[in-house]
Design a protein around this ligand. Structure first.
Ligand code: GUN
Length: 291
């Protein structure tokens, strides 16, 4: 078993971006600027947004973090997005999800200028992804493809089972893995909460992408010998022995699954850092396209 080290692969991507940004700056060209909106103070969202802002600093991007109260009206949030849409210095906009219940995710995502939608959630960009056209690819599946590329994992002709059908991970992941690209060209099965025999599908998988958000759902008896395991899960579970009071758990029971597979991503240090690196790549691309 070998580890798909997301920290290492993400660092390589960020190192390259840092050089590219620095040479743009030397030439007097615009430096990428990412704006992140955080509504409320969900602990996990705080951590993710902080990591995104930190990555911007690392690679030499500008970043703006807009914090809004949990009870802000939908209209005020849409106004904040409009301001960022019309601000020529902003290249990328992201609104951290989940949003409070009184705000419509759909309205918010639709309000973001598709040319600044570095999360790739806007329907225009989702449509382009589906058609195989160049676009912003959602950061988590994009990061997973970059990780497979970094470790030269053979995907052509393989059977990939994606567990989870979210708009953020599962659906775009299935599109990317089945597309005529390298990595790609997989035969893809999507499993979800109404799949009655997930275990049988997983046992046929050369590649499993676990993105359902249930800690340690994928157990050793569900995994074929030599499979590649990508664990997108990152659930906080109580752990009194930790200073933070919690431990991060993936969707894969790592200790029992690892000995059976050829490659596996750890949690943390697997998909998470790749998500951030992919977001940085999207932001850079947005800046390049506009300038
Ligand atoms: N919440 C969980 N993942 C993501 C992501 O990739 N982007 C945003 N904006 N929110 C998220």
């Amino acid at each position: 078993m070998q580890i798909l080290d997301g920290k290492k692969a993400a660092q390589a991507i960020k190192d390259k971006l840092k050089i590219d940004v620095a040479s743009r700056a030397v030439e007097g060209k615009k430096v990428p600027h990412l704006a992140a909106i955080l509504v409320g103070s969900n602990g996990a969202s705080e951590t993710y947004v902080a990591a995104k802002v930190k990555a911007c600093e690392e690679v030499g991007f500008k970043s703006t973090l807009i914090r809004l109260e949990a009870d802000i009206s939908e209209m005020k949030l849409l106004d904040a997005i409009h301001d960022l849409n019309t601000n020529p210095d902003i290249d990328g906009i992201l609104v951290q999800l989940p949003l409070p219940k009184h705000i419509s995710d759909e309205k918010v995502i639709n309000a973001i200028d598709a040319d600044k939608d570095v999360d790739g959630f806007h329907p225009e960009n989702v449509g382009k992804l589906l058609q195989g056209l160049p676009t912003f690819v959602p950061a988590t599946p994009h990061g997973i493809m970059l990780l497979l590329e970094y470790y030269k994992i053979e995907t052509k002709g393989k059977h990939a089972v994606v567990v989870g059908r979210s708009n953020i991970v599962g659906r775009p992941m299935s599109v990317l893995l089945s597309s005529n690209t390298n990595p790609g060209n997989c035969t893809v099965t999507i499993c979800h909460s109404h799949t009655s025999n997930i275990k049988e599908f997983c046992l046929q998988a050369d590649i499993i992408v676990a993105a359902l958000g249930k800690p340690e759902f994928i157990t050793a008896d569900m995994v074929k010998e030599g499979a590649v395991i990508i664990d997108v899960g990152i659930t906080r579970t109580e752990d009194a022995t930790k200073k933070s009071g919690y431990k991060l758990k993936g969707d894969v029971a790592f200790d029992e699954v690892a000995p059976k597979c050829s490659w596996i991503t750890p949690v943390p240090g697997g998909v998470g850092p790749m998500t951030i690196a992919a977001l940085m790549k999207n932001t850079y691309r947005s800046c390049m396209q506009k300038n």
